[in-house]
Design a binder for this molecule. Structure first.
Ligand SMILES: [Fe+2]
Length: 263
């Protein structure tokens, strides 16, 4: 009942977000170049690290993904996902799941220990019926700060479903602006936004949509409480791998990560 009242009142809803945010205290500086990435993450909500994986590493991860028994694959329209791939693919575990730098940046950013909820590898292919790429329409994964690492294992041009993000939409200050200025967004706690609302959000935040086209091997770190989606894929395919982290204080052991990652 109390939750329902909070979620229907903008001021109370924002106070609750602020209270939750205050529980997290950013940690002291971390070493370079990680600190540089961290500062960009604070400012923009997203940071791109080129050449994180070599061509050979990308190829080896794709080959490992393709050789996995189909019984492990979950099909979401044109998106083939393998959750918990680190348990069945040693190379995904070694190169991606166990990466300590992501964890360091994420822990400094969220100000808490991190729980890696899952490592998920996915291949999306062309489907003319899909308006968006992986994750569906524009959304926030939640109103709590979240952290996700994404690596492109194949080249991603505008036609291959690039990640899209509105820089700056992750900060509490800007969440407040959108909450109070966006007209007719109902319910106010909804994570999903239609195209007209996204145009309005860009005006409110004096920002614009960034399209993350990049060559294979590129790593993207993002606070996915910022507004984001994936562009629909017009041709070819896109191989990518994802780590979904959450602050330990917000982790619920009964989380349905497959549902969460569907955002
Ligand atoms: Fe998402």
């Amino acid at each position: 009942m109390i939750k329902k009242i909070i979620k229907s009142n903008k001021s109370l809803f924002f106070m609750a977000l602020k209270f939750k945010e205050n529980k997290l205290k950013p940690r002291e500086k971390i070493e370079e170049p990680l600190n540089n990435y961290l500062q960009t993450l604070y400012k923009d909500g997203v940071v791109v690290i080129p050449d994180f994986f070599t061509e050979e590493e990308c190829k080896n991860m794709i080959d490992a993904y393709e050789s996995i028994d189909k019984k492990y694959v979950k099909y979401y329209e044109n998106d083939k996902r393998i959750f918990g791939i680190e348990k069945i693919s040693p190379i995904h575990k070694r190169l991606f799941h166990d990466n300590n730098d992501f964890k360091k940046i994420g822990e400094a950013y969220l100000g808490d220990d991190l729980v890696l909820q899952t490592t998920m590898a996915a291949k999306i292919t062309t489907d003319n019926n899909q308006k968006f790429g992986s994750g569906g329409s524009w959304h926030r994964d939640s109103f709590s700060r979240q952290f996700k690492a994404i690596a492109y294992l194949s080249d991603v041009e505008m036609s291959n479903g690039p990640f899209m993000y509105i820089k700056g939409s992750h900060t509490l200050k800007n969440i407040k602006k959108v909450l109070f200025k966006l007209r007719n967004h109902k319910p106010i706690s909804s994570f999903r936004y239609n195209d007209d609302e996204i145009k309005e959000c860009c005006k409110i935040l004096d920002s614009e949509i960034s399209y993350f086209t990049a060559p294979k091997g590129t790593l993207i770190l993002a606070d996915i409480r910022g507004l984001h989606t994936g562009m629909s894929i017009e041709e070819g395919h896109r191989y990518a791998v994802f780590n979904y982290y959450i602050a330990k204080s917000f982790h619920q052991t009964n989380n349905n990560i497959e549902k969460l990652a569907n955002y």
